[in-house]
Structures are given as structure tokens and as C-alpha cells.
Design a protein around this ligand. Structure first.
Ligand code: AHG
Ligand code: MN
Ligand code: MN
Length: 343
């Protein structure tokens, strides 16, 4: 592995490390690479063509869909379906999972893909970074039959690969197949992703916390105490910490992984399971986080050990530098144990 190798070269060089070396996973990651470039191309035109704003529709979770949510979802789906590369897709923007049929109304492909096609929708219209998140599992149903819900409701620790695309000052694709995390930056002039961030790891010490403190009044006692702790004067451990909240988890997560910090979307009195979706947002980010030496939990339980019960399930999410997540968990366990989520 050398710096500035292309993503294509990287995938070929890693193929033998994949559990099944049939080339199927490599082809799938290649298709995601292509879809990311197509979505990037569309997003970079936002403001010039009529793709910003509300799509006039509400998704199954009751959220307003933005035009770019719908467009990104369609582009990713089309790219994967056309390439006959997965047997099923589940998406934040789809009511139910999508069965992809092969020639004989079955599908011989082995992988399912779950995605948040556009993360940070509220930031599209104001020219702030957004992202795409994806998660890949090996199906549990027999190859050659249509996928079932069980293929999607697997524990996060069963993920084969996960990643995100950050459409920021530059466009980056960051992913893991369970052997560390690598980041690739798009050179837009020639449309090629290059390895720019090999073997990404959280710094030992982080001092950024990313929480929407506006909801403070609705937070549980443990969370409130953790925020007070972050703001206390304690020069020996670099407190007070610094607050950074973009409102696009991909962007907040990406910064925290590079600079050291914690991203939290906790339970609130209004949303007792928080806002983020276990399957499309928390599991993939938790997998990447752990692979980069960080920690991800719901305040009590490891995210990757939660058995999902439904596709659009939400969970509280604490994710980032190990020591900061552990500190937040300490407050949760001490002051909010009786409000611990159960699954
Ligand atoms: P999405 O755009 O896919 O619905 O997700 C947005 C998520 C996350 O990215 C972000 O950190 C959070 O929602 C922001 O929510 P608040 O505005 O409630 O803080
Ligand atoms: Mn999202
Ligand atoms: Mn989204």
C-alpha cells in the first residue's frame, strides 16, 4: 500500500484479504465508488439547477424528503441494480427493503447494502457539507432465493464493510472492510479517488464534543452532567473542551476522527431513542469508529452488539475517541441507569 494509489488499485490489492475472494465484494465497492462520483457531480451543482429544497414528500419515518435525498437514493439504487451486484437494498428513504431479482426471479448475489443516501439534508440548501453512508452484509438467506428482512436485521458486528462519502471542501470516500480504515480523496479534474488518508486512527486525546446542546432541557441527567463536565475548567485534562456541531453526522464524525472528539445524538424526552437510525447511520459509523480505535455505544451498550428489531429503528448514539465515549458512559451509568434503552 502506498500513498496516492488509486482506489481501484487499492481494491485489487486487498481482494485476497476479503472473506470470499470471488471478487464480488470488490465489484460492489467499485460500484459504490462510481455511484459516489455520480452523486458528487449532482451535489456540486446544487444552487445552479433546481435540485435544492423540499421534494414535497414525507418518508416512512415522517421526515420531509429533500430533492437531493430522493435523487441520491435513486442514483445509488440505479447504479447497483444496473450492475447486478447486490441481492437487496435497504435505505433510509425507502419504506421497505428492496428485493433485487436476477434472471430467474431470484438472485445469486451474496451481499445486501444498507444506506443513508444523503446525510445532513438540512444543510443542502445552505451550502454546508453533506454525506452518504453505506453498510454491507453477507446475506443469511440461501443464495438464489429472494432476500428476506432477516438479511437486513443482522447485528452490526456482522458487517462485512462500511463507509461514507463526505462531500466537503473536497470529496472523500472513507471505508473499512474490517482491516482498518482508509480514506480516499477525489481528484475532480480526472474523476479518480486517491488514497490520501491511509490507516486512519483517532488521536489518543480528543477535546471536541459534538452535541446539539439546544435540546439540553430534554436530555437525561447523565447527559446533562457530561456536558457540564465538558465545560468545566480543568487545565490538567485540557478542559473546557471545544464544541463543534455541523448537523451532518458524516462531517462531524470525519472531523472528530481526524482531530479527536465525540459525536453524540442522545435520547431526549421527546425522542427517547434519539434520532439516528441504527441500520443506516449508527452501525456503519460504529464499525468505522471501532476500526479507527474509537468506541461507539448507546450510552450503555456497544452499538455493534444490538440486535435490530426493525428496519428504521432509532438508537441513542455516542461515538468517537475511546476515552471521551467512556467518560460520557460513566455519567450515563451513574445518573441515568434506570433510563437505559432496552431492545
Ligand atoms: P438525515 O439528513 O439523514 O436525516 O440525518 C441528519 C442527522 C445527522 O446527520 C445530524 O447530525 C442530525 O440528524 C441533526 O439533527 P438535529 O438537527 O436534531 O441536531
Ligand atoms: Mn442521516
Ligand atoms: Mn438521509
Amino acid at each position: 500500500m502506498y500513498k496516492h494509489m488509486t482506489l481501484g488499485e487499492f481494491i485489487i490489492s486487498k481482494q485476497k484479504e476479503f472473506k470470499y475472494s470471488s471478487g464480488e465484494l470488490s465489484r460492489l465497492i467499485n460500484s459504490i465508488r462510481l455511484a459516489a462520483k455520480v452523486v458528487n457531480h449532482e451535489i456540486r451543482k446544487a444552487g445552479l439547477v433546481d435540485i435544492t429544497g423540499d421534494a414535497g414528500k414525507v418518508n416512512v419515518q415522517g421526515e420531509n424528503q429533500q430533492k437531493l435525498d430522493v435523487l441520491a437514493n435513486e442514483l445509488f439504487k440505479k447504479n447497483l441494480v444496473n450492475r447486478d451486484i447486490v441481492c437487496g437494498i435497504a435505505s433510509e428513504e425507502e419504506d421497505d427493503f428492496v428485493i433485487i431479482s436476477g434472471k430467474e426471479n431470484s438472485n445469486k448475489n451474496r451481499y445486501v447494502l444498507l444506506m443513508d443516501p444523503l446525510d445532513g439534508s438540512s444543510n443542502i440548501d445552505v451550502n454546508v457539507s453533506v454525506g452518504t453512508i453505506f453498510s454491507i452484509y453477507h446475506r443469511v438467506s440461501p443464495v438464489g432465493t429472494p432476500v428476506t428482512k432477516e438479511d437486513f436485521l443482522q447485528k452490526g458486528r456482522e458487517q462485512v464493510a462500511a463507509g461514507y462519502v463526505a462531500y466537503g471542501t473536497s470529496t472523500m470516500l472513507v471505508f473499512t472492510t474490517g482491516n482498518g480504515v482508509n480514506g480516499f480523496t477525489l481528484n475532480p479534474a480526472i474523476g479518480t479517488f486517491y488514497l490520501s488518508h491511509p490507516n486512519m486512527k483517532y488521536p489518543e486525546i480528543g477535546r471536541v464534543y459534538s452535541v446539539s446542546e439546544g435540546y439540553f432541557t430534554h436530555f437525561q441527567e447523565g447527559m446533562k452532567r457530561f456536558l457540564v463536565y465538558c465545560k468545566e475548567l480543568a487545565p490538567e485534562d485540557n478542559r473546557p473542551y471545544t464544541a463543534r456541531y455541523i448537523g451532518s453526522m458524516v462531517a462531524d464524525f470525519h472531523r472528530n476522527m481526524i482531530k479527536g472528539g465525540v459525536y453524540i445524538y442522545p435520547a431526549t424526552a421527546i425522542d427517547p431513542n434519539g434520532k439516528l437510525r441504527l441500520l443506516y447511520e449508527c452501525n456503519p459509523m460504529a464499525f468505522i469508529c471501532e476500526q479507527a480505535g474509537g468506541k461507539a455505544s448507546d450510552g450503555f451498550t456497544r452499538i455493534l452488539d444490538i440486535k435490530p428489531s426493525e428496519l428504521h429503528q432509532r438508537v441513542p448514539f455516542y461515538c468517537g475517541s475511546k476515552l471521551l465515549v467512556e467518560k460520557a458512559e460513566e455519567f450515563m451509568q451513574k445518573y441515568s441507569e434506570e433510563e437505559k434503552p432496552t431492545y
